[in-house]
Write a protein that binds this ligand. Sequence first.
Ligand code: FRU
Length: 493
Amino acid sequence: MMRYKKYSDIPISLIKTAELTPKSSLYRQNFHIEPSSGYLNDPNGWSYFNGKYHLFYQWSPLRYVGNSEVWYQGWFHMISEDLVHWEALGPGIEPDSVYDSHGAYSGSAIEDNDQLLIFYTGNTRDKDWVRIPYQMTATMDKDGRISKNKTPGFTGLIPGYTDHFRDPKIWKEQNAYYAIVGIQRENKTGTCMVLKSDDAIHWDALGEIQTKLTQFGYMWECPDYFELGNQGVLIFSPQGLTAEGDKYQNIYQTGYLVGDPLNRESLQFNHGEFHELDLGFDFYATQTMISPDGRRILSAWMGLPEINYPTEKFGYCGCLTIPRELNIKEGKLIQQPIEELKQLRYDHKQFHETINTNEYFMLETGALFELAVTIEFKKSTKLSLGIRADKQNEARTLIEVDKNANEIRIDRSQSGASFAEEYGTTRTIPCTISNETKLQIFVDQSSIEIFINGGESVASGRIFPNEDQNYLFIESTDGDSAVQLDYWKLTKC
Ligand code: FRU
């Protein structure tokens, strides 16, 4: 008997049970993608095809139902015309073949010859629980019908590497298809394998990408290679880095290397330093795609493996970040919320305030809003924002912009329901604090995403406030600060 199956084979009573409790959650998101039941992790197959954006995600709908007989892990399919309003179509790639019987794992998709070309990892285990990965190809036609190719694109292991071999990210050049895939060397270090194909059906392993990071964690998940301007960018999620000062605070990381374009023959990638993409609390397993107007847009899981989130008691877990547009400035990625999100704004309010020590600015924000803040330090040294605060400004997510230290600290110790405290409750983001420091903040029912100085740094985190936490407080330390504030309510999608 197969461990996994088709969604339509799952007893309807079980699906109904799984979908019941999430509805009673205080924490349901309003403009972020999250599952109707079970567990969401990586964004997959992120693409534009047949006039629509397609976004799939890793989905285990029955994770919290507690029936070990029925287990399902595959792709869930969403479509959108504007990257903001999404329609849920249901299961996408299902774990229904011998090549993906233990999970249709992460992968990617591109438009090709009027079809969506899909490349993903089929996870299997034999009777002794030995893992055999298959890199699987499939296509989706314009009517949304998905057909898996009968034979895998690439079968099994590569000598010198372990069974941790997954998450192909595909791209196409004039006469060839390429994919970059996460893999673990036999010496238990992580890297990426480059695959190539003439027909997108049969794939060969060209070899390992040559980077300077030869000892950098034990596995690299969800890699992505693309070129932006004239530069090559490699994004990946390394596991096993040890925290170093303010860096690498989360259980696992996601970051990037910018360099010269990848040499397609030698696989040499000359690159600069590794930078984390997000310096907040919950961020992993990114994927990018190109929009029809040529923007490189990123999606990510606003969550991490092996962390227990407060929504789990309501039978679901995980959401995706808002999409971010990527650009390069001085060898670093700049990440900005996509323009399309402006559609969500209404009820604009604008304030120009001078805030003195021992005073505060307060605004009833609700739970769903966007803020654009420009800070001018006059005599002050620090500006503190209490986000989703209660009336006393005791429970809140605290953002401290510290001029002397040139850093921004985010403290979620008093945000609401606590979780993941073993990884610390504050994050410190080094940045140049000028007299024109800008923050753009998106708050949904249970998340906060902070874009600093036009996207030079970003910090995201899940927060789980109580219902009375609906206020914003701003305070200034050691003298006055001038603050220019734009506030918008955001509509539910
Ligand atoms: C990353 C990951 C991938 C894998 C997928 C399975 O979160 O572990 O490497 O393909 O999740 O859900």
